[in-house]
Design a binder for this molecule. Sequence first.
Ligand code: FAD
Length: 466
Amino acid sequence: MKNIVIIGGGLGGLTSGALLSKDGYKVTLLEQHNIVGGCATIFKRKGGFICEVGLHEMEGVYSPQIKKIFDKLEVYKNVAFIKPQEFFKLYSKFGEFVMPDGVENAKKALKVKFQNEVKAIDKYFEIILSLSDCFERLSHLKWYHYLFFPFLFAPILKYKNKSVSEVLNSLTQNEELKLILNATTQYYNDSPKTLSILLHAIAQSSYYKGGGYFIKGGSYKLSRYLADVIEQNGGKVITKATVIKATKNEVIYTLANQNITLKADIIISNIAPVDTYKLFEIDFKEEKQIAESISTIYIGFSKNLKNIYGKGAYSNFIAQENKPFVFVDYSQIDSGLVDDTKSFGEICLVDELKNWEDLSQNEYKIEKELLLENVLSILEMYYPNIKAIIEFAEVATPKTMKRYTKTPNGTAYGYKPTPKQFFRIPQIKSQKINNLYFVGQFVIAGGFSPAIISAEMCCKRILKDT
Ligand SMILES: Cc1cc2nc3c(=O)[nH]c(=O)nc-3n(C[C@H](O)[C@H](O)[C@H](O)COP(=O)(O)OP(=O)(O)OC[C@H]3O[C@@H](n4cnc5c(N)ncnc54)[C@H](O)[C@@H]3O)c2cc1C
């Protein structure tokens, strides 16, 4: 039986470990933090709060690709996925707009609001749906399809170098419509000007077609369940285990100040290639630009927001000129994060490690307080007196992200999904070490579904190679 050692217990590492242990491989997963999940985890705070680290909405939960994986691992039977009522709500200088779920519902709502833009709306959906359809077919590609690539996948070739802004500008001059169609950009990138239309099309189509889902009780439920599958199938999941060195056949990690060596027939890395090759002491210069990071404000409310402000949207995008952010109001769903008398909320904004890493301790503290004050004051414009019911509010910066996940620049989104970088063959297998494989945010893209799909691709490749 082959020994598989997995470096990192994010969704990519956990899913690949669960799949391979079910297939009879002997899996050992090493996670440096004291809890598995990477970005897909939780932490707890006084007052009964379970704080979700990141998940707003997972797309593709019932898509054919994810369904195949989740059916095999019996995820649906063991993890509860909760669907908010709508895709998102946007607050902007133009007013408010609620984007419903479902392609036809979304088109209808847009056409009611923008009666002179019917053609642009139809064309936009035609483009994103045809692109996402191409990518779905790409995942089942046989060798002979490559001969017909230009015919079978013409939309990809047409749009692969285009940004979201370029495509939207070619369809309409209506600024409000454009803002609505790219309202969720910060789920993927800092700006629609540098975001690949391909990634936008795949992710947005998935949200429109299948909706976005939260995991009841927090995303750790999924991560922990995957870890349990590894253990139930004879594998090991070791936390507080930091990998410090690797060779082709060995992985060395530290646990409680001791260096421990594990034999490995196959190594799967759930960390960035640049950090992986450092462990192997192999020269590797990362040519690709890393995606931005995120600042997150975790808020515990002493009251249930839904009881105070009424039924509203779950995912609220606030399109401020210089600091757009998204506010997730978990009271709108049965989140399982805190009892019904209280609620939990989260604010996320795109940010960069360089804005924080060189600050002195005192400057860092002050900047965090300023960010908190600034963002909460804006939030109060939409939720009057919300500050009065805050039980706690904590800011996590890209520096915090870096500390907990160790990703380059503290990113959660792998390589920056620009038109130039996004369309590439996923690097599942290392080109430098023949028993080294990659999973996670640096393979396809950031996000729950891409990390999980990368794991399945990796397992398929390992089954083929061994
Ligand atoms: C605030 C926030 C909001 C988000 N919202 C969403 C959302 O709504 N929808 C969505 O789909 N996605 C969202 N994401 C993105 C998504 O969570 C990530 O892209 C995805 O979970 C990354 O998975 P991964 O497999 O790459 O593992 P990662 O989460 O990157 O985990 C890698 C793991 O490796 C471990 N590690 C690192 N170095 C070592 C070492 N030397 N030894 C041992 N272990 C090591 C780390 O501790 C970590 O646990 C969000 C992320 C954040 C942070």
